[in-house]
Design a protein around this ligand. Sequence first.
Ligand code: G3H
Length: 482
Amino acid sequence: LVDGVLKQWTGNTTPVYSTISSTEEYAPTFLGTIPAMGQDVATEVILAAEHAYNNGQGMWPTMKVADRIKCVENFVTQMKATRTEVVKYLMWEIGKSLPDSEKEFDRTVEYIYDTIADYKQLDRDCARFTKSQGVNAMVRRGPLGVVLCLGPYNYPLNETFTLLIPAIIMGNPVIFKPAKHGVLLISPLLKAFQSSFPKGVINIIYGRGRDVASPIMKSGKVAVLALIGNSKSAIALQDQHPNKNRLRLILGLEAKNPAIILPDADLDLAIQECITGTLSFNGQRCTALKIVYVHESIATEFNRRFAEKVDALPFGNPWEKGVFLTPLPEKEKPQYIQGLIDDAQKQGAQILNEKGGTHSDNFIFPAVLFPVTKKMRVYHEEQFGPLVPIMTFKDIQEPLNDMAESNYGQQVSLFGKDIRTIAPLIDTLVNLVCRVNLNSSCQRGPDLYPFTGRKDSAVGTLSIHDALRSFSIRTFVASKDN
Ligand code: G3H
């Protein structure tokens, strides 16, 4: 979708495969093709988005708030009709289970409605006068300019829309490149985008980053880089902008969220939460628990029961009833996970569960690794897949020191009962990460709560409330008392 036109693509295309096989003999399933766009389309979309913005004088940033809201409402109404198709793509493209795919779709629809409601409130708040030292001010929220938006493959609809919708509603035109996996699921939405927004406001591009996103960044016309994914891509893209002072970053990046299990923790609860925390969607969540610290006094019992539970998790295709573990969308992921296992085993770790590390073509059964040490790759790398490293600690200061030294700082899960131990720990933990989950696994939602991280985990804050502010600037009109 470029400048309001659904291009009939005649250039090169790239095939899209699902790692899920539809035949007895394993073979990836061909799902369709996407255009391999390059410099010429990059130039077109920049011109289109710039025209819609026109240095803040364009039709989109100057449109009345109520009219911009109507466009978004119109879009979400049409989007709802695509649920079955988008859910099917979520299952085939990224291997997400049927209930989770439906949840992703419904959460996105709800997110859009909640964003509209919050935007109305923001607009009402802005209409109030404030007064300080004889100066009256009426605050406004203004757009920033052209936004380049790139979403992740694990939530190709939902998380992408947590960038795209607030960016648009605040008056910024968007150039959006869907994730590599989860790219086709945008196709059913193209017509809804086209008919809901004026031309140039939303432009959707396909192709390799270096071919199409790089020239867009190099043009220097991007005001906001909004990306959820890995820091390597974020750094590569921002480095290409010729004037970084003019570039705002809104980034959701890697994390290595720990679970800390204190000696008095409710073990049933801790084990259950650690199962969902480490392995929901096969551990492919930035919020997943990626390292588990268990107090040495309870480690034997925790490890045994945890490993048994992991082995009992049902694996199957996303549409199968009750399935928990599903095929991995990245065909290289099983080898990568195997590499982490091999490295840990060489250095003394064991796989605690019988099925751990067993392979099929598109899947590797989660391995529970123990004892993990700081020399191992899995301690340092964000596995983003089905692998659970467990460490023990004697003194709580050990995991706290590790967190302080870590390059990441998104969330932590703390399991324990005695409030006299927990309360002072919370005061320390909130300065190491951005969300402390008590007796529960880490997660992003509810979408009203701030979602961000310290250090290399994030730049800027998302949530329904925060995203509207992240994608805008606070301006005001001032007058003096006479
Ligand atoms: O991949 C990172 C997502 O923000 C995780 O979201 O906690 O709702 O699964 P979630």
